[in-house]
Design a protein around this ligand. Structure first.
Ligand SMILES: CC(=O)N[C@@H](CCC[C@H](N)C(=O)O)C(=O)O
Length: 377
């Protein structure tokens, strides 16, 4: 492998150690080791669970400008062509958090060498994919002491070329709720279905009926999604399964639709219980609020990006992705934007290979915007 640029090398090292939410132990150590290698005069570092808060002290601070990067990987078996594939079987950085963290380190590195008047707070947040690190981190004493006055973040976007920045004032990402449904019936011999209550058949009906909720109960102008991403049932081909578990997620643009969908899911499940003589338990897991970009700051950022003349700025539509960065934005003015990384495979795909040229571009863009923001108080 040819020697890569330092931040690309860092991304490749992080790519090899994806860990689930709140278990980012190796990742945290890697980040802390890197931070320890930087000049320390302006640097203060705190840990919070598997996360890290970094303060780069300003020369004459009036405010704290925040940047947030998420840290966790996903339970996906990697299928890229990389030589630096994940060394953790069954786990992969398939949502770009390896790039997000690298960009976070790039921002720290830049401001350590080029301090501005204001303090810069870089937040490495665990468990974005679940169960959600943002909310408990926001509520922590560690965060309260260095609470930023404004805060920004990005997410990689496979569909845009490198050099494209996409965002919008107002809602950017959806409200989310995880969805776990356990069905319990009666197992038996495959040849005697009349003596059992088959949970494979009940689960199949349930999946189909769940899909009718968005189609028939949600205002078509108010988008919503129900995805069942995993089903588990049965032990072998000639045994009727007594249990089935469905795992999924609900996405809505409005809170009202989220409430309506949950109420419809409960009604549909009552019907499944009656129709298939089984018991059902629902668990909504973790829920994230929408990502709502502060209108004024986002417009200011978009105008600044345009005025730079170096980037292709797109005012994009909202997406049904979720992000617990929404909790930061509920309390602190700020925004999130998409960073083009130009790969044919989407987020959460085993073959995703983001273009690493986007890393330096992002570090440069964000550092210069933060400098500009600090100089234009
Ligand atoms: C950007 C992104 O892909 N975020 C995740 C957030 C997951 C939220 C939660 N665990 C859920 O599945 O509902 C996403 O899947 O959009």
């Amino acid at each position: 492998m040819a020697t890569a640029h330092p931040f690309i090398q860092i991304r490749r090292q992080l790519h090899q150690i994806p860990e689930p939410g709140f278990q980012e132990f190796k990742t945290q150590k890697f980040l802390l080791d890197y931070l320890a290698s930087l000049p320390q005069e302006r640097l203060e570092i705190k840990t919070w669970r598997t996360g890290i808060l970094v303060k780069i002290k300003g020369r004459n601070p009036v405010k704290k400008i925040g940047w947030r990067a998420d840290m966790d990987g996903l339970p996906i078996e990697e299928d890229t062509s990389y030589e630096f594939r994940s060394q953790h079987p069954g786990f992969m950085h398939a949502c770009g958090h390896d790039l997000h963290m690298t960009i976070g380190l790039g921002i720290v590195t830049y401001f350590v060498g080029n301090p501005i008047d204001d303090d810069v707070i870089v937040v490495f947040q665990p468990a974005e994919e679940g169960p959600g690190g943002a909310k408990p981190m926001l509520e922590s004493e560690e965060f309260a002491k260095w609470r930023p006055d404004i805060i920004f973040a990005l997410h990689i976007a496979p569909e845009y070329p490198v050099g494209t920045i996409a965002t919008r004032p107002g809602i950017l990402f959806a409200n989310t709720s995880e969805l776990f449904i356990d069905l319990t019936g009666t197992g038996g011999h495959a040849a005697f279905p009349h003596l059992a209550n088959d949970m494979v058949v009940a689960a199949a009906h349930l999946v189909t009926q769940l899909q009718s909720i968005v189609a028939r109960n949600v205002d078509p102008l108010d988008s919503a999604v129900i995805t069942i991403g995993r089903i588990e049932s049965g032990t072998r081909q000639n045994i009727i399964a007594d249990k089935a578990r469905l795992e999924g997620t609900i996405r809505t643009l409005s809170i009202e639709s989220m409430q309506k969908i949950k109420s419809r899911i409960e009604s549909v499940i009552q019907g499944i219980e009656a129709g298939f003589v089984c018991k059902a338990e629902i668990d909504y897991g973790s829920n994230y609020c929408q990502v709502y970009n502060n209108e004024q700051l986002t417009s200011e950022f978009m105008n600044w990006v345009r005025s730079e003349g170096k980037y292709n700025l797109i005012e994009c539509r909202e997406a049904m992705t979720g992000e617990d960065f929404g909790y930061f934005l509920e309390e602190i003015p700020g925004f999130m934007f998409w960073l083009g990384v130009d790969t044919p495979y989407g987020l959460h795909h085993a073959k995703i290979e983001p273009n690493e040229q986007a890393i330096d571009l992002a570090i440069d863009l964000i550092c210069r915007f933060i400098e500009w923001k600090s100089n234009n108080r």
